[in-house]
Design a protein around this ligand. Structure first.
Ligand code: MG
Length: 381
């Protein structure tokens, strides 16, 4: 078998590191042909030496002579040598390189939420046009994707024949699981009094500050609902969230024939990444502890209380309102969370800023941000 040639953007971040762990575990299967990072030239060069990679790029200008900027990232994403582009650049900086990879005819394993949340319609239209696949890397979406593997009907994100049988026609509901974050067990959540330190203390996953706050407010799940809309082409009313504090089931698909399929594993991003890299195959081994349910007690599944988690309620409102509301939800949340992390507003105002944004209606990205910033200024203490 010829080795699959990977281009990895976001190589020094947590998804990038897990991706390289998968490559190290399967040297006979994968070859890295391009690497990009944000600004850490030294770390990038170390990885380049380890994996024997000559094509490099950095987002930031650097003294190391490595090509930099959006154009360099896009060039790398277009590399003729690539079989699969792994997109793990954080934030909207991942957008242009994702489109560049798609337009060059490459399959993309996508970790960057913002790309689908902000521009999912455009990304999915182009992938269908170019005949390439988007493979989900997020643990929940990978779980749904794994539950949908069926030779007779493929999920929307990898379907190349427009007339082929559709997985979504067989789906009754997609149920994304959520850990519930650090506040789920509290009898009362007084968002006004929640501190930054409390919000950053996540029980299961260790992630960056923005994502950790999103997980505490459950907005993270809201953004994942939008991703699921695009990847799996189901209408908003077929999406649900169940809180599952143990994070063993990574998501469910409920089928029209009455079956409920779940994907389970110990929480570790290596597995969803490895699945995307080996798809449509499964690896014969992996750097992952095998899953067992023996001795595991009390797996719980609960309906989230949308009164207690207003950000999740706003996310459900936004997906029902239509695609115009997706960037409003995302950008207003980003502005509000940044303001909360800097101590400018209390945590209860995050939902208020988003609610104001949704109430103000559709707008261009810049206008959405400007509106959110003036809402923050009004709520600042
Ligand atoms: Mg997730």
């Amino acid at each position: 078998m010829r080795r699959k040639r990977l281009v990895l953007l976001g190589a020094t971040g947590s998804i990038g590191s897990s991706t390289l762990k998968v490559v190290r575990a399967h040297p006979e299967r994968f070859e890295v042909v391009g690497l990009a990072a944000g600004r850490n030239a030294a770390a990038l060069k170390r990885l380049a030496a380890e994996f024997g990679v000559r094509r490099l790029a950095l987002a930031e200008p650097n003294a190391a002579g490595i090509p930099s900027g959006e154009a360099a990232l896009c060039d790398l994403a277009r590399s003729e040598a690539a079989d699969l582009v792994v997109m793990a650049i954080a934030g909207m900086a991942g957008y242009a390189p994702t489109l560049a990879a798609i337009d060059a005819g490459h399959d993309v394993a996508l970790a960057t939420k913002e790309v689908l949340v902000m521009a999912g319609t455009e990304v999915m239209r182009r992938r269908a046009e170019r005949g390439v696949r988007i493979l989900p890397l997020d643990s929940e979406h990978s779980a749904v994707f794994q539950c949908l593997q069926n030779l007779a009907a493929q999920p929307a994100c990898v379907r190349l024949e427009p007339d082929a049988p559709k997985a979504e026609d067989r789906i009754a509901e997609i149920i994304l699981t959520a850990s519930g974050g650090p506040f789920f067990r509290r009898p009362e959540i007084d968002w006004k009094r929640v501190t930054v330190a409390e919000a950053l203390n996540h029980p299961r996953w260790s992630m960056g500050p923005k994502v950790t706050v999103d997980s505490a407010t459950m907005m993270n799940k809201g953004l994942e609902l939008i991703e699921a809309l695009h990847l799996f082409a189901v209408p908003p009313e077929r999406l649900r969230v169940w809180v599952h504090p143990q994070s063993i089931v990574h998501s469910f698909v409920s089928f029209r024939d009455g079956a409920l399929l779940a994907q389970m594993a110990f929480p570790d991003m290596v597995l969803p990444i490895q699945y995307a890299l080996t798809w449509p195959d499964r690896a014969l081994s992996g750097p992952i502890e095998p899953m067992t349910l023996v001795g595991m007690q009390g797996l719980e599944f609960l309906e989230p209380d949308l009164q207690r988690f207003p950000c999740l309620r706003l996310a459900f409102d936004a997906i029902r309102a239509g695609t115009w509301a997706h960037p409003v939800l995302t950008l207003a949340n980003e502005v509000a969370v940044r303001a909360f992390l800097r101590g400018r507003i209390t945590a209860d105002r995050i939902a208020a800023v988003i609610e104001d944004g949704l109430a103000a209606g559709p707008a261009a990205f810049d206008e959405i941000v400007a509106r959110a910033e003036s809402a923050v200024a009004a709520y600042a203490h």
